[in-house]
Design a protein around this ligand. Structure first.
Ligand code: MG
Ligand code: MG
Length: 625
């Protein structure tokens, strides 16, 4: 399928947008009228610019408030249309988007609308152009895809067809049926946008909250499959109005957009993969007579867990983190052959401390266990994650690494079976890892995302690692509203928790700007916490008020409650089971550790306790200064 993007999705001037779209690999663009009007380039120069960049102009939009009007208004509208057809000729665009009218002058008369659109299409045809009629979800008389198709059907002109926009369809009808019955040749254009489920005015919802496919709650896979099953073979084109994308760097947003289409195509390919004639690289969706070329990146090998997490440390934070790891019962088991890098381990939980990563401190890399690191890396690259060169010395393992959008790395490795495993990069110190504190593995990794990149990060980890987003929550934290979203492997072996301030952080926000944490798993939180306390771990103190409230809310065994109070263990419960967790203080500037116990298949992350934990972290910092 060809991939296209509306210029309105991206920030900047028309030229910024075109360059970003081309650099991200798009085949074409929809030119949004306002972008053209504001551009210093003539239509011919825009056409040339697009050609130089390898972009086709797939749609000119929007043409508003045309149909179902009185005769004089119709003449004025046709005159306006002729100007636009002439402009489109100069641009080299052959399809115009006509949105259903929102004008108070429009009358509720389908036959009149059809007749006038027929007339518009006749004039378009004389210019070698086509009219794609789109039902806005807030159109005055026409606001459903069925209704727009009915009018196009009655209009009955070869140059008149329908534009389907997933937002307008799915915002009104989450599971539409019948789209596949529209004749494919009458589907002139397809615009794709996702969105979160919000209970609000549909126009505001559309203007401010559209997202790229896979970032919201709409089922774009089955929607698009229906459109393809109808026989549509035009471009998959993104039309996303979003307050954040409007001001994000256009190159980065265009890459995010491209990733969303690659991931969508993969899901479409998977939908039709059951067909006996399906091939991995080119599959057809439902229509043997009109095959669809869908590109599918190599399937995601199941991530079997975190091999390690790499922390970049500096002269201040390094010793603090080392002491904390020792107090948590980790052993410093290896020293890198050629770099100032230490390997710490307990059970299957491994932390790499990198003192040679420059200024940045925090989680520099997540390493994921996979049985085919090469395939994982190739997949990541097809999903627009650039491969990272790893500087290697002699005898050093070739870790495949790609860049995450936030500048950290995602590494793929095979620790156990591979003789060339990354572990052989480390010279043993002689210290052995024991399970002295009962920590068995990394349970999850918590990353704070800037507000502007929250949805991008969701799509990145979800698509690159083949994870599912789940457990969305929002809570009022001491310094603002926080959104939290977990992205997990179905069996829970790899869990990433993204947190972000729901609103921009104000000047007053004494919290740590972008905290990160690594959570370790234990099967017995009280025993682990006791060992940690004995070893002098910097456990975070939790106020008595929390335990008094917990005692009031649910019956907890008094002895257990006393132990929880002593060690700062928090508690949560869901439909499956219970969760116990405690935390260290912040170690250096932004990282802390968490110890968690999941009882009976609890699936969450104790988000309900996060405000208490955040206030406690703030208190601990105040005590130190
Ligand atoms: Mg649209
Ligand atoms: Mg956590």
């Amino acid at each position: 399928m060809r991939r296209s993007i509306a210029t309105v999705c991206l920030s900047g001037t028309l030229d910024d947008k075109l360059r970003a779209a081309a650099a991200a690999g798009f085949d074409g663009v929809e030119i949004f009228e306002n972008d053209l009007i504001a551009a210093p380039l003539s239509p011919e120069q825009v056409r040339e610019r697009c050609a130089d960049l390898g972009l086709s102009i797939d749609l000119y939009q929007p043409f508003r408030d045309f149909e179902a009007v009185g005769p004089e208004q119709l003449e004025r509208n046709l005159r306006r249309a002729r100007h636009k057809f002439e402009l489109m000729r100069r641009l080299g665009a052959d399809t115009v988007l006509v949105c259903s009218s929102v004008s108070p002058d429009a009358v509720d008369d389908d036959d009149l609308a059809a007749e006038q659109l027929h007339r518009l299409a006749s004039e378009a045809a004389e210019h070698g152009m086509r009219v794609a009629y789109e039902a806005l979800a807030w159109g005055r008389h026409v606001n459903t895809w069925r209704h727009s198709w009915e009018i196009v059907r009655r209009g009955d002109h070869p140059a008149l067809g329908v534009c389907l926009d997933s937002f307008h369809v799915l915002s009104r009808e989450p599971e539409p049926s019948g789209i596949a019955e529209i004749p494919g040749e009458k589907l002139f254009f397809l615009q794709l946008a996702d969105a979160p489920r919000l209970d609000m005015d549909v126009l505001q919802w559309s203007r401010h909250h559209r997202l790229f496919p896979g970032q919201g709650a709409f089922d774009l896979t089955s929607f698009t499959a229906q459109v393809l099953a109808a026989g549509y073979r035009g471009p998959l084109s993104l039309e996303v109005f979003n307050d954040v994308f409007r001001q994000s760097p256009p190159d980065r947003a265009a890459v995010d957009a491209m990733r969303s289409l690659v991931a969508l195509e993969e899901e479409l390919a998977a939908l039709s993969a059951a067909r006996p004639d399906a091939r991995p690289d080119a599959r057809r969706v439902a229509r043997p007579d009109a095959p669809v070329e869908l590109s599918a990146p190599p399937a995601a090998p199941e991530p079997a867990g975190f091999a390690f997490a790499e922390l970049a440390v500096d002269a201040d934070s390094g010793p603090v983190v080392e002491r904390a790891l020792a107090s948590l019962g980790f052993a410093h088991i290896g020293q890198h052959r050629s770099k100032p890098v230490q390997l710490w381990q307990q059970g299957e939980a491994r932390i790499v401390l990198n003192a040679g990563a420059g200024d940045a401190t925090g989680i520099a890399a997540l390493a994921v266990e996979t049985d085919d690191p090469g395939r994982s890396a190739r997949r990541a690259q097809e999903l627009c994650a650039p491969a990272l060169p790893r500087t290697r010395g002699p005898e050093e393992a070739d870790l495949t690494a790609v860049a995450a959008p936030d500048g950290s790395s995602v590494l793929f490795c095979r620790t156990g079976a591979d003789p060339a495993s990354w572990l052989s990069d480390f010279i043993r110190t002689g210290d052995a890892s024991t399970s002295i504190a009962g920590i068995s593995r990394i349970d999850h990794i918590g990353l704070t995302q800037p507000f502007d990149y929250f949805d991008e990060a969701t799509l990145f980890y979800r698509s690159v690692l083949g994870l599912d987003p789940r457990d969305d929550s929002e809570f009022a934290a001491p310094f603002g509203l926080v959104r939290s979203r977990a992205i997990t492997e179905p069996k829970g072996r790899v869990r990433i928790v993204l947190n972000g301030s729901l609103l921009r952080r104000g000047e007053w926000a004494p919290g740590v700007p972008d905290p990160q944490h690594i959570a370790f798993r234990t099967d017995d939180i009280v025993t682990t916490a006791r060992v940690l306390a004995e070893r002098g771990a910097p456990l975070l103190r939790v106020p008595d008020n929390y335990y008094d409230d917990l005692d009031a809310r649910r019956h907890v065994d008094p002895e257990l409650l006393a132990e929880m109070r002593r060690y700062g263990v928090l508690h949560d419960v869901d439909a499956h089971g219970e969760y116990f967790h405690c935390h260290t203080e912040l170690l250096g500037s932004r990282v802390f550790f968490e110890i968690v116990q999941r009882v009976d298949g609890y699936t969450g992350y104790g988000a309900v306790n996060a405000p208490v934990r955040m206030a406690a972290h703030r208190d601990a910092r105040l005590l130190r200064t």
